[in-house]
Design a binder for this molecule. Sequence first.
Ligand code: FES
Ligand code: FES
Length: 182
Amino acid sequence: MSRTANAAPQRLLPAIRFTINGKHREVRVPPMKRLLDVLREDLHLTGTKEGCGEGECGSCSVRMNGELVNSCLVPALQAEGAEILTVEGLASDGELHPLQQAFLKHGGAQCGICTPGMLMAAAQLLEQNPHPDLAQIREGLGGNLCRCTGFIRIFESVAAATNVQKTAPSADSALEPTHHAR
Ligand code: FES
Ligand code: FES
């Protein structure tokens, strides 16, 4: 449940306008309502998930004006005029994004909570660096936590999506996370 809901009648709330996944949208929500809740409750874009709610896990990651942000930390007001991309916007023309295809094929889609954020972080990485090496993949996904299954298949999926050649002697050791909490 939203932490900021029930503050005022909707008609009295300020209109906040932004673009989400290429579509112009307007919502009337409390200005400090979390973008995460606006997405899920007001726009019914439930692909973005809540994990920690404190900016620690990356499950709620979306792209806003070309930056990766934790939507649980972004007040709706801050999204005024922004261009936002959520996991629902990765696919185009009915075709899954190459990252989504790779996650499916290589077992990176392990659970419904962390996967959307992992995909958004990976998409951000590839936008900035289309051919990351394994260390850069680990770094790029460093703000996204898996608390259960592990990171190896996730990193492998990103690598597969970019045709990264595994350069380390052992694929498993190369793909072990360095700074993720487990
Ligand atoms: Fe936003 Fe964890 S739910 S960072
Ligand atoms: Fe999603 Fe571990 S938290 S696979």
